[in-house]
Every structure is written in C-alpha cells, then in structure tokens.
Design a protein around this ligand. Structure first.
Ligand SMILES: [Mn+2]
Length: 393
C-alpha cells in the first residue's frame, strides 16, 4: 500500500513538472491540439448569439453598425411582472445562434457575417423604483447609442440605409425589453434623429389606449404604462400620421371608442384571425402598402404569438399566431426602410423548462437582423421560386 502511494506521488510530481511553464518538456494540448475550438452553443459567457460584448454606454467612441441593447424595465405592467428578465432570457434563447453558423437558407444571408459590425452592448441600467426616472434613463441611453459612430459607412451606403436629418448615418439599435413602455423613450430618441416614423406593431393589444379611459391610471405617472405609450407617442408627434399598423390584434376593448382613438393615433389594424381568412401574403402586402418607403420602426410584443408557443409573457391572449407564421411575415418585410427594432414583454419566469418562448423570441431577432442586413429596397423573397435548383433530366 505504501509502495503504491509512493508510486502515485512520483507520477503526479512528474506530471506537474512536465506541465510547468518553461520546462523543455512542457505539454500544452490546448494550444497544440484544440486551439481552433470555439465556444460551443452551451459554453462561454452568454452574450446574444455569442457576439462580442462591450458596455457601449461607458465607451461612447466604440463603433458598430447594429447593437443589441437590453432594457430590463418592467415597472409599468398591468398584469404579470417579470419582463425585466427579458434581455437575459433572449440571450439564453439565442445560444444556438452563432456568427459561424448563422446562414439562413430562406433569406440567403448570415446577418452575423455580412459586412456589418454587430455588438451586444449589454443592458441599460434602469431603476426599478421610479418609472419616470427609468424612462429618462432609457431615453438617455438610446440617444447615446444612436450617436455612436457607425463602423462601416460604406456598408450602410451600399444597403441604402436611411440617414438621419443631420445627413449622417446612425447605427441600428435592437432593443430587448423589458415591458412595452420602453418604446416611448425610444421613439422620442428616434424622432430626434429621423423625425416622425411609421410603426409596424406586432401585438395582441393595441397599446394606443387613451389614459383617461385606462383602468388604473390614477396619476400623471400612472398614465404612462405599457398599454398607453403609443397614445403618448402620438400626442408628442413621434409617430407619422396615418402611416402605422398593428398586426395580430385580438384582445378585448372597453368599447368601439378604443378603436376610434386607435385610428386617431395613426394606426390601421390587422386582426389575428385575418391570417385564416386572407393568409400571410395578404398580411405582408397590407403592411407594406401602409408603410411605403418612409423610415419605420418594428415593435414586436412576443404576445402576438399564441401562448402555446410563447407562454412567457405578461398579458397572454389565446388565438395568436404560430412562431412559423410570424417568422414568415417577418421574412416578407425585406426591403423596408427599417430604422429600429424592439422585442418586448418576454417574461422568462413563465417559460417552459425547454425555453420555448425564449428560443422563439431570439429567432425573431435573428430574422430581423437578417432582413436588416439585406438592406433597404432589397428584393423580397416573394417572387423567388424557392427550393433547390434541380437538373432537368
Ligand atoms: Mn401586448
């Protein structure tokens, strides 16, 4: 027994010496044999799609063309809280997306390797205790992000990206909420750069509720919440008149007056059931006709999808679209003049252990990045025959 222990010690000692730096017999299998092994889907510090991470808000000089920015605010919700963990959920749901495995066979592009510089810029530190202060923080952060230099003016030019009113290119920010209230300070910042914008709003709810009729609005502060923010954006002139559209609506209303206010706020409406009556192409065409060529923001509340696909959200409504239907609609938006995208209301506490909601939501971000990387006025996938070429035999 003693002899065996001595032998074991001798082997250990010789192994340690063999691996010590500077030793002529140093063995370094990592750099010799495994140096080309990247982080795998399930390893590494989690950023969105394994993109490089910088705290861009602390580094105003850092350049990028597209930034992912978490906005973990959920202090203005009407039902289930929890969307403050949305950015974390989206990053976790994106782990199987990788820059070196990001090619879409449908859109024929890898948005992570298309010549645009993408960064995960981390989260806006927002106070959970004071919604007014948090809204000011989101606005300041988004303005700061919009004024970072773009990494490639040449790429932005080639893609026909919209310039700001100042004649300069500004990066595209993908905001990961957070509850939907964050879109008010975001539209404020975008308005400063582009003027009034159109909105394509995917949601089960209209979010243009006039606060004078919204239950629970008991103060000026309470009037600003995740069901009223588009009304405020309309009143402040951030939204272009009669040039925006909702898609996927199916909630209940106080009465017809809610829908009258919605028209006043500048929105047309596609109902969730329109998909059965008219199909995906009809929905896409209606969206594109409404928006035209002006600058447009896509705002996607994950509750537009059915709760069987996305249970992890604050105000679920039955009868929603499948993730496949929504992805097809997103794919059809190639070529629009998109200046911003946000995805909101993912509340991971209500997700399945299989992360079905987070994975679906992260895939929507991937589709959005793909259509953005294809550029403005790019050919839509409509008209493509689809499928692989076949030899005529
Ligand atoms: Mn909603």
């Amino acid at each position: 027994m003693i002899a065996l222990s001595v032998l074991t010690c001798a082997v250990l000692v010789s192994t340690v010496f063999a691996h010590s730096p500077g030793s002529p017999s140093r063995i370094d299998p990592w750099n010799d044999d495994y140096a080309n092994t990247p982080d795998l889907s399930f390893s590494g510090v989690v950023s969105f799609a394994h993109l490089p991470h910088e705290k861009c808000l602390d580094r105003p000089e850092s350049a990028f063309d597209i930034a992912l920015l978490g906005v973990p605010f959920d202090s203005a919700v009407s039902y289930r809280p929890g969307a403050r963990f949305g950015p974390n959920g989206l990053r976790s749901g994106s782990r199987r997306q990788r820059p070196d495995r990001g090619y879409s066979s449908r859109l024929e592009i890898n948005p992570y390797a298309s010549g645009l510089t993408l960064l995960d810029c981390g989260d806006v530190p927002v106070t959970p205790f004071d919604p007014a202060a948090a809204i000011a923080q989101v606005n300041a952060a988004y303005r700061s992000m919009l004024h970072h230099p773009v990494a490639s003016e040449e790429a932005m030019k080639e893609l026909n990206m919209q310039k700001g009113l100042d004649g300069q290119y500004h990066p595209r920010i993908v905001a990961m909420g957070g509850d939907h209230t964050i879109v008010l300070p975001i539209l404020d910042a975008l308005h400063e750069v582009y003027g009034p914008v159109s909105v394509i709003h995917f949601d089960a709810h209209i979010d243009t509720w006039n606060p004078t009729r919204y239950i629970g609005s008991v103060s000026l502060q309470a009037d600003v919440n995740h069901g009223t923010f588009f009304w405020h954006a309309y009143e402040k002139g951030f939204i272009k008149p009669n040039a925006s559209i909702h898609a996927g609506i199916r909630t209940r209303f106080s009465g017809p007056e809610d829908l009258t206010d919605d028209v006043t706020a500048g929105f047309d409406l596609i109902h969730t059931f329109d998909i059965d009556d008219h199909g995906v192409d009809w929905i896409s065409n209606k969206i594109k006709q409404r928006i035209g060529k002006g600058p447009v923001v896509i705002s996607l509340d994950v509750d537009v999808m059915d709760p069987s696909y996305v249970p992890a959200t604050g105000t679920p409504e039955s009868g929603g679209w499948t993730s496949r239907e929504l992805r097809r609609i997103l794919h059809s938006l190639v070529g629009l003049n998109i200046v911003a995208f946000d995805i909101v209301e993912l509340a991971p506490a209500y997700d399945s252990n299989g992360e079905i909601s987070a994975i679906a939501a992260a895939d929507m971000v991937y589709d959005f990045l793909s259509i953005l990387a294809l550029g403005v006025d790019a050919q839509s996938i409509e008209g493509k025959t689809g499928g692989r070429p076949t030899d005529e035999l």
